[in-house]
Write a protein that binds this ligand. Structure first.
Ligand code: SF4
Length: 86
């Protein structure tokens, strides 16, 4: 984790954050709404999340450019990074 002065966690994905179990459960439910055809391949998904973890727009698992939880946005095959990083 990489906490900043305001208490938010830069470079954190939801599954890495303690005390967010309710949000994680909701995100997992949302991820499960995507069909297999709509999902990015696992290798692509991991590559996207790795890019997000290196990005200065990531805060508390949320992209500050688009407002999405990156673990949901990156899972959609059709989605793209608003900063064109993936
Ligand atoms: S979606 Fe793009 S802009 Fe947003 S946190 Fe990930 S890499 Fe950064």
């Amino acid at each position: 984790m990489d906490n900043n002065a305001s208490g938010g966690c830069k470079r954190c994905l939801l599954f890495e954050m303690a005390g967010k179990e309710d949000v994680i459960a909701q995100v997992e439910k949302t991820k499960n709404l995507l069909s297999e055809d709509e999902r990015a391949a696992d290798k692509e998904y991991q590559k996207r999340l790795a890019a997000c973890k290196e990005c200065d727009k990531l805060m508390d698992a949320t992209c500050l450019k688009c407002g999405c939880y990156v673990e949901i946005r990156a899972l959609s095959k059709a989605a793209h990074c608003p900063a064109k990083k993936w």
